[in-house]
Design a protein around this ligand. Structure first.
Ligand code: 6GU
Length: 249
């Protein structure tokens, strides 16, 4: 997968050199390039923002550097690993976007080329979205109902969520199936040695060797946990479970 990130803070993306993502890049599974938006400016101060028309607080990101940067992304990807004629799916992180979910991560993981446009300040001039949409699919995506200073931290989260689904990025692919949000329920609690620690015992069923009993206990724990922490997930989880049961029959 090719990934391009445009930002005024390239250093914010440095963690993408680390851990599993860093290894996946070195292994050639992910071809990731970070671009400094200021390289697409032409004034002495490398200006990327200006005051908003209509007034109001804060600054708005100017359209010209963004258009040039997006053109540079199209050219860079085409010169690199992507198939002829391909365009990236542009993801613009922002609190006003559609919610980022595991389902969206799975969808993005099927695409050969993703680009992320990190806004700062009060946002990017709306005409940039139109310019981009004439060239590539564009989705504004939010991590949740709170406000970050810019898209960079959101890109770290989204790239990690997507990259770990790519074949070969996670050594143990079995670890991907029994996870929170994969079937609409939260994960069960886990324990390791010692069996007794500071007067707290690991639940006896986990030491029983009874795999059926362990599976039932874990499923109950998932239901309890989901009911306590994320009751909003239960109707969808019930639908998924029903569909699976229908498939089995
Ligand atoms: Cl994706 N970006 C920004 N800037 N703020 C956010 C967000 C994204 N998700 C929640 N808040």
């Amino acid at each position: 997968m090719r990934i391009d990130v445009v930002t005024i803070f390239p250093d914010y993306l440095a963690p993408l050199d680390l851990s599993l993502i860093g290894k996946a890049r070195r292994d050639g599974l992910i071809d990731l390039a970070v671009h400094d938006l200021r390289d697409s400016t032409h004034d002495r101060h490398r200006t990327v923002d200006d005051t908003p028309y209509g007034g109001g607080a804060g600054m708005v990101m100017k359209p010209e550097p963004w258009a040039e940067a997006l053109d540079a992304v199209l050219a860079a990807g085409a010169a690199a690993s992507v198939p002829d004629g391909a365009v990236p799916h542009l993801v613009v992180p922002g609190p006003g976007g559609v919610p980022f979910t595991q389902a969206m991560a799975r969808q993005l993981a099927t695409e050969p080329w993703l680009a992320f446009a990190c806004g700062r300040y009060e946002g990017i001039d709306e005409r940039v979205y139109e310019y981009a949409a004439e060239r590539m699919p564009v989705t504004v995506v939010s991590l949740g109902d709170y406000v970050l200073n810019g898209g960079e931290v959101a890109v770290l989260a989204m790239v990690e969520a997507v990259a770990r689904l790519l074949p070969g990025v996670i050594g143990n692919e079995a670890s991907l199936v029994e996870e929170s949000h994969e079937d609409g329920l939260l994960e069960y609690p886990v324990y390791t040695k010692p069996a007794s620690w500071q007067g707290r015992d690991v639940p006896a069923v986990l030491l029983s060797g009874d795999h059926g009993a362990i599976a039932r206990w874990r499923h109950e724990q998932r239901l309890e946990r989901t009911a306590a922490r994320r009751p909003d997930l239960l109707p969808a989880a019930a639908t998924l479970a029903g569909l699976e049961e229908a498939e089995v029959r």
